[in-house]
Structures are given as structure tokens and as C-alpha cells.
Design a protein around this ligand. Structure first.
Ligand SMILES: Nc1nc2c(ncn2[C@@H]2O[C@H](COP(=O)(O)OP(=O)(O)OP(=O)(O)O)[C@@H](O)[C@H]2O)c(=O)[nH]1
Ligand SMILES: [Mg+2]
Length: 233
């Protein structure tokens, strides 16, 4: 979180992680197309080719709450295993992570490797994945060899973080995933007393104001696996 009292700006950094080709950049493109130009800038893509992202994508969002501008900077990291130094750089100062997993059974191992890499990168920067706001998205639910719902329901029930389903290429589950992370981040700021200090509101009021302004849904239930993890489930 960055707070600029003089400019009355609060900036939060969200990073989309996960294995190569899982659909991280697609998530950002869908949000870009869905959010009114007043509240978002163009996506900045640093270095990409047909085979994916090489450095990062950035989608800057902004919403005015009272006299404070809330900036939400959404980044993707490149999923390719070799680019771990780049991921570590992009993750610096992160406030919340969406882990975009690939639902295909064939990708179970690359999901696991990518998650281990994320944990290590955070640890190297003195952060701990267990205390960082985290949401997991199982994307590509349309794939022929997608892991069954029952398996992901069980996985969601074992953990405390929200687990959501998505078909990002069709725009499904993308808004819900972003809102789920925003919810977790706002609740964390509330617990730390930061929300009262900066925006003078509780997390529910902040969530509703921001999602209303961006035109995004707050009913996440349909997109969530399992029974827990979010106050919306
Ligand atoms: N079938 C299917 N394809 C998808 C879905 N989401 C994204 N894709 C496709 O998967 C490919 C990779 O998507 P990207 O968004 O570029 O993946 P990425 O995670 O940014 O990949 P890297 O930048 O290499 O880390 C593209 O061809 C997308 O159109 C989905 O839900 N279902
Ligand atoms: Mg990408």
C-alpha cells in the first residue's frame, strides 16, 4: 500500500501470478474491456510475443472515494519458469495476489511448480504467502481435460482463501476473481486500521463503492468453489 497524503492518493498493487499460458494477460484484457474509460487507463504491456508475456502487463484503475483517489494497479508476471527474477521484481510491494491456475489435468504439475516459485519469490523479499491476501482462480474450465469440480471443491474447502472458476477467454469469472481479491485486501486493511485512517470507512462500504464505480458484480457465489473463503459464499 502506498499512501500519498498530500495528493490524497491511496495506491494498491495486485499481481496476477501462475504458470505460462494459464490466462493472466487474458484476465487483464477482459477487465480493461469491461471497465469504463473514466476509471482505467490503457494496458501497458512490456515485452510480449506470440508465446506470452516476457516482462509484465499493467492495468491501472482509479476510483474517487470522498476526497481520496484510490488507485488499483493490476500487474501480470510472465509465467515462463526461467523468468523468475522478473517475477520477483514485479512482486515487490504487492498487496494481493491472484494465482491463475490452469484447470487442465496436464498442467497440474506446472501449477504446483509456479506456486512454489511464487512462495519462494515472496520469501526472498521478506514476505510470507500465508499472510498475504490471496485468491486462486482455476481458469480454462472449458478445457476437455479440466479437473472435475468435486476435486476443486475439496481443495477450496481445505484452504482459507477464495477459489474461483473462470473461462477468461469468454470473460467468465474474471470480474468475480478481481472483486474477491479486492474484498480480501480491503478486509486486511480494515483489520490493520489502515482503512479507517485513509478512507474513513469500513471494508464493506469501500468494497461496494469501488465495485459500483467500476461496474463490477459483488455476488461471487456462483463463481466460487467450495463452501468457504469469502464472506460472499
Ligand atoms: N480454452 C481456453 N483458453 C484460454 C482461456 N483463457 C485464456 N485462454 C487462452 O490461453 C492462451 C494464453 O493466455 P494468456 O492470457 O496469454 O496467458 P498468460 O498466463 O498471460 O501467459 P504468460 O504471459 O506466458 O505467462 C491464449 O491463447 C488465451 O486466449 C480459457 O478460459 N479457456
Ligand atoms: Mg501473459
Amino acid at each position: 500500500m502506498q499512501l500519498d497524503f498530500r495528493a490524497r492518493e491511496l495506491t494498491l498493487k495486485f499481481v496476477y501470478c501462475g504458470p505460462s499460458h494459464a490466462g493472466k494477460s487474458t484476465n487483464l484484457r477482459v477487465l480493461h474491456d469491461r471497465i469504463a474509460p473514466l476509471h482505467r487507463s490503457k494496458i501497458i504491456t512490456l515485452d510480449a510475443n506470440d508465446d506470452g508475456t516476457l516482462f509484465l502487463d499493467l492495468l491501472p484503475l482509479s476510483v474517487k472515494m470522498g476526497d481520496v483517489v484510490v488507485r488499483l494497479n493490476l500487474y501480470t508476471v510472465p509465467g515462463k519458469a526461467l523468468l523468475t527474477a522478473t517475477r520477483r521484481l514485479v512482486l515487490q510491494g504487492v498487496d494481493g495476489v491472484v494465482f491463475v491456475a490452469d484447470s487442465r489435468s496436464s498442467e497440474t504439475r506446472s501449477n504446483a511448480e509456479s506456486f512454489v516459485d511464487l512462495k519462494q519469490n515472496l520469501r526472498d523479499s521478506g514476505r510470507d504467502i500465508r499472510t498475504l491476501p490471496l485468491v486462486i482462480q482455476f481458469n480454462k474450465r472449458d478445457a476437455a481435460d479440466a479437473r472435475p469440480d468435486s476435486e476443486l471443491d475439496a481443495l477450496a474447502d481445505r484452504g482459507s482463501e477464495p477459489v474461483l472458476r473462470a473461462i477468461a477467454s469468454r470473460g467468465e469469472g474474471v470480474s468475480e476473481t478481481f472483486v474477491a481479491l479486492l474484498d480480501v485486501v480491503l478486509r486486511r486493511l480494515e483489520t490493520a486500521g489502515e482503512l479507517e485512517r485513509t478512507l474513513h470507512v469500513d471494508s464493506t462500504t469501500a468494497l461496494v463503492s469501488i465495485t459500483d464505480a467500476l461496474g463490477l458484480p459483488t455476488d461471487l457465489q456462483r463463481a466460487c468453489f467450495g463452501g468457504g473463503g469469502s464472506r460472499h459464499t
